[in-house]
Design a protein around this ligand. Structure first.
Ligand SMILES: C[S@@+](CC[C@H](N)C(=O)[O-])C[C@H]1O[C@@H](n2cnc3c(N)ncnc32)[C@H](O)[C@@H]1O
Length: 202
C-alpha cells in the first residue's frame, strides 16, 4: 500500500534563511517536520519506496510552500537532522519562485517544491484515502480497515491545525483518526501509523 504523510508546520519556515547551528530556534520548528520526514521515509538501512512526505511550510516570507520527498526516487537521504536540514535549505534555495502556485518543480530526483499550502499537497495526493490525525475522540486507527491502495495521513505540529487547514481538510473529506489516549510527538505519530501499515501489509 502506498502511503503519504502530509505534515503541517504552522510556523515552519518556507524560506531557506535559517541557521543549521540553531535549527529549532531559527526555523519556526522546521526540525519537527524534518523528524517526521525521517520517520516517513527511512527505515534501518533503507528508504521506504512506497512512501511520500509533504512538508507544508506556513511560516516565513516565502510561505506557503510545500516540500515533497518521494521515497520511490530519492537518493542519498540520510537520517540525521543536520543532513535533512541541509537538504531542505538547498531545496528551498533552488526552488524557482516564478513557477505557478500548486506546481511542483523538481530540485533533484525525488525532491520537489511547490508554492501553495495544504491544498497543494492534497491535490498532489489526489485519489488517496485521506485521514487526519486527531487527538481525543476520533475513531481508533486500529479499528480502521485501511484496505486502500493509497492512504494519506495529515499530521499537525506542536500547535495542532489552524482554521484554514481544518477547513481545507473538511472540504477534502478527511476522516479523523486517533492513535490512542496520549498526545504524542508528530514524528512518533508517523512511526506508529507506518508500523500499523507494515503489520497489515507485510
Ligand atoms: C503534539 S501534537 C499537537 C499538540 C497541540 N498542542 C494541539 O493542541 O493540537 C501534534 C500532532 O500530532 C498528532 N497527534 C498527537 N498525538 C496524537 C494521538 N494520540 N492521536 C492522533 N493524533 C495525534 C495530531 O495530528 C497533532 O496535531
Amino acid at each position: 500500500m502506498k502511503r503519504s504523510f502530509i505534515i503541517v508546520g504552522t510556523k515552519a519556515t518556507a524560506s531557506p534563511s535559517f541557521s543549521l547551528i540553531d535549527l529549532a530556534g531559527t526555523s519556526g520548528r522546521l526540525d519537527v517536520l524534518l523528524r517526521c520526514l525521517r520517520s516517513a521515509l527511512l527505515v534501518s538501512h533503507g528508504v521506504r519506496r512506497d512512501a511520500v512526505a509533504y512538508l507544508v511550510l506556513l511560516g516565513g516570507e516565502l510561505a506557503p510552500r510545500v516540500l515533497r520527498v518521494r521515497g520511490a526516487e530519492v537518493r542519498f537521504l540520510r537520517p540525521d537532522e543536520r543532513s535533512l536540514a541541509t537538504l531542505a535549505q538547498k531545496a528551498l534555495t533552488r526552488a524557482d519562485t516564478s513557477v505557478g502556485r500548486g506546481v511542483f518543480a523538481d530540485i533533484r530526483p525525488g525532491i520537489a517544491v511547490a508554492s501553495g499550502g495544504i491544498e497543494t499537497a492534497l491535490a498532489d495526493a489526489n485519489g488517496a484515502a485521506l485521514y487526519v490525525l486527531e487527538e481525543d475522540t476520533a475513531p481508533d486507527l486500529r479499528d480502521e480497515p485501511l484496505g486502500h491502495e493509497h492512504a494519506a495521513f495529515v499530521v499537525g505540529d506542536h500547535f495542532g491545525f489552524d482554521d484554514a487547514t481544518r477547513d481545507a481538510l473538511a472540504r477534502a473529506g478527511a476522516r479523523p483518526i486517533c492513535l490512542g489516549p496520549v498526545s504524542i510527538h508528530a514524528d512518533d505519530c508517523v512511526s506508529v501509523v507506518s508500523n500499523e501499515l507494515d503489520r497489515r501489509t507485510s
